[in-house]
Design a protein around this ligand. Structure first.
Ligand code: UDP
Length: 390
């Protein structure tokens, strides 16, 4: 364990979500005095989970979070704080009056085209009769979809959903968004392809509470960061929105926000955790039924969320960074500003304006905390970003 020198011993962390908790714990264990502030009345950021009073169902308050990773160190890390129960995300989608299996797999393809193809036949069919092979290097979401699944599947499952989710045409979005989803020529309907996957037995908030339960850490909720709070601290880790740190003085970075229409139901509402709606005329993108995220529990009642996506207004909770050409140009300006600012490091989804899965957030937070301790030991300048946002 490295002990921080008394002259460099106090850090302020803004945000008690995953990034703040992981960095805070590592620094507290390295001898730093850590204060974490969060404007909300709970820890956990958007991973926050809470039991519903009426049904006792564990609710993912800001929408579903499923833990999946190939990073063994991160998997072992989260398992130190909470038991992870086996969970496989199996997503369904409703389109054209039928329910299909996602990600696109052999069942989806056979059902959609009314066929009984084997894997190699389906592969041949998709690549030779469906995919647009004239697209050699897909740049946009639409090109990626046309290149790998073709027009019919694209229009049934991706086009409408994506227009609702992102508020623009898929030809204006980068191919990388679709690359998150596999296409399979077998009956594997696991939404993720990572080696480790699971759900925290008692929710994410309990896990994060245990991370924060460490000598040297104090947490102050209902506390909105203002620049004067940094006084007396050796360094600030800022997990809030990058543009917010600079009072939006160059303009606002665009986000999509989500509205959840929450409803309770007696019994099993939809028989699965996630039902997507592929068509643009259904106004919501998906319905999530939270008790199915905890299949080891049994509940009579049920809690569901209808999920609607729209452009975030200043007062809304930011969810998905938009990162189109316009936003990237503004992001570059904020990055320059941040790099010219001493004493603060930007972390996490909002601090680096990137869509981050939980495992990547934890990986980056661990690397950031270690990088910070090493920089201090060597007397190096602490960078504004340990992971470049662009
Ligand atoms: N997507 C889609 N149809 C679906 C599910 C996903 O078109 O039924 C698209 C959509 O644009 C989404 C992207 O694929 O943003 C990535 O999907 P993922 O499930 O990873 O979405 P996230 O976890 O970001 O909500």
């Amino acid at each position: 364990m490295t002990l921080a020198s008394s002259a460099a011993s106090k850090v302020l962390i803004v945000g008690a979500g995953l990034s703040g908790a992981v960095i805070g714990r590592h620094l507290a264990q390295s001898g730093y005095e850590v204060k974490i502030v969060d404007s909300r009345d709970h820890i956990g950021g958007n991973c926050h989970t809470e039991r519903d009073a009426e049904t006792d169902v564990m609710v993912h308050i800001y929408g579903p979070h499923i833990f999946h990773t190939d990073d063994e160190e991160v998997w072992n890390y989260v398992n130190e704080f909470e038991t992870f129960m086996p969970y496989k995300n199996r997503v369904k989608t409703t389109s054209k009056g039928q329910v299909f299996s996602l990600p696109v797999n052999l069942h989806t393809i056979n059902q959609f085209f009314g066929k009984t193809m084997r894997p190699d036949e389906a592969h041949k069919f998709i690549t030779e009769e469906q995919a647009d092979t004239s697209i050699s290097d897909p740049q946009t979401f639409e090109e990626q979809a046309m290149r790998f699944v073709g027009k019919d599947l694209y229009e049934a499952f991706f086009k409408g959903y994506t227009m609702k989710q992102w508020g623009c045409h898929p030809s204006e979005l980068p191919a990388s968004i679709l690359k998150r989803l596999p296409v399979r020529f077998n009956y594997d309907d696991n939404y993720f392809f990572h080696k480790f996957q699971g759900m925290p037995e008692n929710g994410y908030t309990v896990m994060i509470e245990r991370m924060l339960d460490c000598p040297g850490i104090t947490v102050e909720l209902n506390t909105t960061f203002t620049a004067d709070m940094a006084e007396g601290y050796d360094h600030v880790f800022y997990a809030g929105p990058l543009d917010g740190y600079f009072d939006f003085k160059l303009g606002r970075l665009g986000y999509r926000t989500l509205d959840f229409e929450r409803f309770n139901y007696q019994g099993d509402y939809q028989g699965c955790a996630v039902m997507n709606y592929g068509e643009v005329d259904v106004p919501y993108t998906r319905i999530t039924e939270h008790k199915h995220f905890a299949p080891w529990e049994s509940h009579e009642g049920s809690v569901c969320y209808r999920e609607f996506s729209r452009e975030a207004e200043p007062a809304d909770i930011p969810y998905y960074p938009i990162r189109q050409v316009k936003e990237k140009a503004l992001l570059n300006e904020y990055v320059d500003l941040a790099n010219a600012t001493d004493g603060v490091t930007f972390v996490g989804r909002l601090g680096t304006y990137r869509y981050l899965d939980m495992d990547v957030t934890i990986r980056e937070a661990l690397d950031t905390a270690r990088g910070f301790v090493a920089a201090r030991e060597q007397g190096d300048k602490v960078p504004a970003f340990f992971v470049a946002p662009v």
